[in-house]
Design a protein around this ligand. Structure first.
Ligand code: UDP
Length: 238
């Protein structure tokens, strides 16, 4: 499978046309960005780690019946994926309060939420990806009511699969962001990635941060943490 033409470059990945018109090549970059790209960095090998982590997690979710855009990995940092139209919503699922939730609502950092909270953020860099409610999504014509319910259901289901998977590996899945796309037949597929760039993981014993917060907060040892996440995901511990 050959990269024919660069279609899109995002903060964490480049998307290329392939020689099959229904499939694209997603290349994971080593760049790190935070705070709407105001903070920038680079960790050699980070892209390959995220590619491997995301591939493992998408395959796990597929095994549990979640449809994803993943076809196969074609190199250390490249995946062959189904072409989709990305729904411009970031779906965030939270189990423990931290980050923007604590700032917005004054909930104490580290509070275990009484239920898994699903939130939508409108993907628009110029607006700074604002939090939106159901009616905002309908008003902006981003999605219809049935699809909105489907995204919430899928978000909760994915959390129900991933949370115990990580807990068995001594990791708390604090929160995470996922994106969905629609294929040419209108199927909603989990797309983009699930990696330490888009999730928060805390060590279950020490509460040490093992995700992009190490970069956001300048804690160092970013790659070491990502390597540890991959190692724990690879543990046979079902
Ligand atoms: N997140 C992400 N991309 C974004 C914003 C958030 O992947 O553009 C992830 C983030 O890594 C975390 C979750 O979504 O796992 C919730 O992030 P939050 O809203 O707390 O944002 P932050 O505190 O990072 O601004």
């Amino acid at each position: 499978m050959k990269k024919i033409e660069l279609l899109y470059e995002g903060k964490g990945k480049r998307l290329y046309k392939s020689d099959n018109e229904d499939l694209l090549i997603s290349e994971f970059k080593d760049d790190l960005t935070a705070f709407n790209a105001q903070k920038k960095g680079n960790e050699k090998g980070k892209g390959a780690l995220n590619c491997q982590i995301s591939t493992k997690l998408f395959k796990l979710l597929e095994q549990h019946g979640i449809k994803t855009h993943l076809v196969e990995t074609i190199s250390d940092n490249e995946q062959l994926v189904k072409k989709v139209n990305i729904i411009p919503l970031e779906v965030v699922i939270r189990n423990i309060a931290t980050g923007s939730l604590t700032k917005r609502l004054g909930i104490k950092d580290g509070t275990i939420l009484p239920f898994s909270l699903v939130e939508f953020y409108y993907k628009d860099d110029d607006l700074g990806d604002p939090l939106v409610n159901d009616e905002h999504c309908l008003l902006l014509d981003l999605i219809n009511e049935n699809e909105l319910e489907e995204l919430k259901r899928l978000g909760r289901e994915i959390n129900n699969i991933l949370k115990p998977f990580f807990y068995k590996r001594d990791l708390k899945l604090v929160d995470f962001k996922i994106e969905f796309g629609k294929d040419k037949d209108g199927n909603i597929l989990l797309s983009d990635e699930i990696s330490p760039d888009s999730c928060r993981f805390w060590d279950a014993k020490t509460n040490e941060k093992m995700d992009k917060d190490r970069f956001r907060q300048g804690l160092g040892e970013v790659k070491v943490a990502y390597e540890e996440i991959l190692k724990r995901i690879n543990m046979e511990n079902n």
